[in-house]
Ligand binder design. Structure first.
Ligand code: 6R9
Length: 644
């Protein structure tokens, strides 16, 4: 990348600094960050909790007496914090939710309108018999009624359990049973690439196969009169309860706000619970510090609300701070590949947060799409979900961020609730390909098999060595939902994230992917992410996934699956360039033994590459159930490619 006519120096290429106007207006400046680090974690997290309104102040930041409880003694309500206090503060007419529908329709809710509908629906839920601590399952696409239902549940102290609308009836049934939920809010259907999908019939099938009786409430999105079966209409319930006022229920800080299944990235999907006080303080503070959000901002987190990213940064975080949040129903390339950029331009989005898998798709489509739009409202970009390679990072900054926007590469998990590793955009330099350091208040380490911290430059397991407020409740007391992976090693509490990482000499962490994805080639441990990063740096390559194959001589063979950019041929010349790029970036030991070209890679419904299927294909093993994939057809195509 060239600034003006001058080439970048190697130092400039390695480090990127945020533009001075961003730095001077940032929520967290270098001085603030230093003060927080000096003050220590209790001060950091009590400051986070002070972003919220509490009905009863907490007695301490953390109670570690036997179990880990954040903000003990404190009582609060999440819906009050995300809605009422903004209306009381005179911001009732400001936008809260901006919805961009699939068919080009838009709907905006001000904070006052949000308050009215949340109250009406909360009253309706109560009338149906939903009590405090009853779990309400929400099986809904990206419609405004989804966050409204979440907040209505939060208002009456009923934990919600959102199930991604792309899941099958069986998956929904498992989740209804797992959460022992007797209430289901769903939709008649929704549009995907212009086609209507009927969700209600899936919901009916799921309800038939669970033991408990399930009461259904249906939002009409298609309104084609096809929804039958016993159910209440959302619209009727809301109009019957128009004008109702429900006092927000005071919840203990440690009471459940919601249940959620992990996305399958970190192993088999598991149900985890998040608390009201700790979680909300964590997502509010990270929205403030990492996404630099304030009440005047329009934030767009493109993740589906069905995943933790959507819960934390499309709903709870931005609304807790009184910002406007964009909810987008469609797919990014429908009807045209410029759809996202058009939405950003029209709504003057300030902060955009998406995943590397999407950024690589945007790259593949070409920079002409973002270039057709005025994206100058953007002042900060974020990424999450997978390691982002330098090429994608630079493309994102250049073509979406106008070469200026700071980028936050945020590392976190369903279990962490909110961001734990990232740069602070107004205080830290950025290093493309590295997430940055632990946020103030977070302690992390890279350790070897016996739990000793390894030297900078050496890879090991990423562990978090001190609890944090957004931690899943199962990690607090080692029991209940999805308990796993906390232990005490060398007298030190530890949460094993399951990811591998390297800390560089500057203290920045580079994520190497899931520990299960590490290859052992001739005794050397190679990270798939590192090899993939070298491959996607090759011109003409859009995406790559690397897996290991058994080799009695070397330990592991390196198999690369490479998806070229549209209009680029997957030929011998490209194969040679892929091999030599890996050789020069890492060494000949890592050069792929085989390179298979494919138009796309198998991905989970949350958009992450599933290497275990590729591994099975490369090793000629049986694949098992591929229903977790968004694009199962690609697996068959790859198998036939390899047979040739
Ligand atoms: C929020 C979310 C968690 C796993 C995590 C890691 C990967 C997330 C990342 C990242 C590298 C980042 N991951 N962010 N890897 N850089 N910035 O994605 O939660 O679906 O539970 O996945 O995603 O492997 O362990 P979840």
């Amino acid at each position: 990348m060239v600034h003006g006519s001058r080439k970048e120096t190697p130092r400039e290429r390695r480090w990127k600094t945020p533009p001075p106007p961003f730095v001077s207006g940032a929520n967290v400046t270098t001085a603030d960050r230093n003060a927080l680090r000096d003050a220590g974690w209790p001060t950091c997290w009590s400051g986070a909790a002070e972003l919220l309104d509490w009905c009863r102040p907490f007695d301490a930041v953390l109670d570690t007496d036997g179990t880990t409880r954040w903000f003990p003694g404190g009582r609060l309500n999440a819906s009050y914090n995300c809605i009422d206090r903004h209306v009381e503060g005179g911001r009732g007419d400001e936008a809260a939710i901006i919805w961009e529908g699939k068919l080009g329709e838009t709907r905006a809710y001000t904070y006052r309108q949000l308050e009215d509908e949340v109250n009406a629906f909360a009253a309706a839920l109560r009338d149906l018999g939903v009590g405090e601590d009853d779990v309400v399952t929400l099986y809904m696409p990206m419609v405004p009624e989804l966050p409204i239902a979440m907040l209505a549940c939060a208002r009456i102290g009923a934990p919600h359990s959102v199930v991604f609308a792309g899941f099958s009836a069986d998956a929904l049934a498992t989740r209804l049973t797992g959460a022992n939920s007797e209430y289901l809010v769903t939709c008649d259907g929704y549009y995907r690439r212009g086609t209507a999908l009927h969700l209600k019939s899936m919901a009916d099938n799921a309800c038939l196969s669970v033991e408990q009786d399930v009461e259904q409430i249906v939002v009409n999105r298609l309104d084609d009169g096809r929804s039958t079966g016993d159910h209440h209409s959302y619209a009727d319930l809301v109009s019957d309860h128009d004008g109702a006022e429900i006092d927000p229920v005071e919840r203990d800080s440690d009471d459940l706000l919601f249940l959620i299944y992990t996305s399958g990235t970190t192993g088999e999907p598991t149900l985890v619970g998040h608390t009201t006080g700790g979680y909300l303080a964590h997502v509010a503070w990270t929205s403030y510090a990492v996404f630099d959000l304030g009440p005047d901002d329009t934030h767009w987190c493109s993740a589906d609300v069905g995943w933790i990213t959507g819960h934390s940064y499309a709903v709870y975080g931005p609304l807790a701070l009184g910002a406007a949040t964009v909810l987008y129903e469609g797919t990014p390339d429908h009807p045209e590949k410029n759809r996202l950029w058009e939405v950003i331009e029209r709504n003057e989005v300030d902060v955009f947060y998406t995943a590397p898998t999407s950024i690589r798709a945007f790259m593949k489509w070409g920079s002409e799409y973002p270039e057709q739009h005025d994206l100058s409202s953007l002042r900060l970009l974020g990424t999450v979900g997978e390691p982002i390679d330098e090429t994608a990072w630079r493309w994102y900054r250049e073509h979406v961020g106008g070469g200026e926007c700071p980028i936050v590469d945020t590392w976190w998990q369903t279990e962490t609730g909110g961001v734990v590793l990232s740069t602070l955009p107004g205080a830290d330099r950025m290093r493309p390909g590295a997430v940055g350091r632990e946020l103030p208040g977070i302690d992390a380490a890279v350790v070897n098999e016996v739990g000793e911290e390894v030297a900078p430059g050496e890879s090991g397991r990423l562990v978090l060595t001190r609890p944090w407020p957004g931690m899943a409740r199962s990690l607090c007391d080692g029991s209940g939902w999805g308990a796993r992976r906390t232990s005490t090693v060398r007298n030190q509490w530890q949460y094993d994230t399951g990811d591998n990482a390297v800390r560089d000499v500057d203290g920045y962490l580079h994520l190497l992917g899931r520990a299960d994805d590490v290859l052992n080639v001739s005794g050397r441990r190679l990270s798939t992410a590192e090899i993939e990063s070298a491959i996607v740096g090759v011109e003409g390559v859009a995406e790559a996934a690397v897996v290991g194959g058994t080799d009695t001589m070397k330990g592991s063979k390196v198999h690369a699956f490479v998806s070229p950019e549209s209009n680029v041929a997957g030929d011998e010349a490209l194969r040679t360039r892929v091999r030599s790029a890996v050789e020069s970036a890492i060494g000949s030991i890592a050069a792929p033994d085989s390179v298979t070209f494919t138009p796309s890679l198998p991905k989970t419904r949350s958009g992450k590459v599933v290497r275990r299927y590729l591994k099975a294909i490369a090793n000629g093993e049986t694949l098992g159930d591929t229903s977790a994939l968004r694009n199962p057809e690609v697996v068959g195509e790859l198998e036939s490619l390899l047979d040739e």
